[in-house]
Write a protein that binds this ligand. Structure first.
Ligand code: ZN
Length: 226
């Protein structure tokens, strides 16, 4: 099995949820502790088996293994559907309950974009955060480490942020910086300004007394809605 990440898991679950929304419902039954349990699955057999790898528990893991080794019996296939359907339900309940944690960070970029700024970046302690074109994802890169890109060394990519989730690959101290920025973007931007003497939004040196005092360029502050 290849190394799985939280991003793979989220992508696989989102893909299965989209497929399930289009699929025809099938009424299925499994026997759990001697009782027949009836449920509806909208997943294909392939999609249900694929999701087994993301289902918690040893039973799911052994079915996942067996689906590769010798295939599943009809009763086991029904269990694959049950576990996969439960997983999708648990995930969608989780999404509905939690207010998107990183919305404020996205709205800061949205504000700057709506005021016509092109090169959107927030510089925070040790990392830069930059949105993709349609503002659905934020990319996190290192300020100190580089990696080889197509056009030479570029800032090292560390992970991404979606409105609901922080990439699990990010180091704990980076997560802490991003969580703080999500709950209070201005404080995080000002901290960067005071630490480095540069504006969090545009990266220019803070030179005039007002900017130095504020810890951020006043024009940038306004454009980013901070
Ligand atoms: Zn600035």
């Amino acid at each position: 099995m290849q190394t799985a990440t939280a991003t793979d898991r989220a992508a696989a679950i989102a893909r299965a949820a989209r497929l399930a929304a289009l699929g025809d419902p099938r009424v299925m039954t499994v026997t759990a502790r001697g009782e027949l349990v009836t449920f509806t699955s909208r997943l294909t057999d392939d999609a249900a088996q694929d999701l087994l790898q993301w289902c918690p528990g040893r039973f799911a893991a052994s079915l996942w293994q067996q689906s590769h080794d010798r295939g599943l019996s009809p009763a086991q296939m029904a269990w694959a559907h049950k576990l996969a359907t439960d997983l999708l339900q648990a995930e969608s309940a989780e999404d509905a309950n939690s207010e998107p944690q990183f919305n404020r960070l996205f709205s800061v970029f949205q504000a700057a974009k709506s005021r016509g700024l092109k090169r959107l970046t927030l510089r925070l302690s040790g990392v830069n955060v930059k949105p993709n074109r349609d503002l659905t994802t934020l990319w996190v890169t290192s300020q100190t480490e580089t990696e080889e890109g197509n056009y030479g060394p570029q800032p090292k990519y560390l992970g991404k942020i979606t409105p609901n989730r922080l990439d699990s690959r990010l180091a704990d101290e980076v997560k802490a910086v991003l969580l703080e920025a999500a709950s209070d973007p201005l404080t995080a931007a000002v901290r960067y300004g005071k630490e480095t003497g540069s504006c969090s939004c545009c990266g220019r040196d803070l030179t005039n007394p007002q900017s130095i005092e504020l810890g951020i360029g006043p024009i940038c502050r306004e454009k980013y809605g901070l």
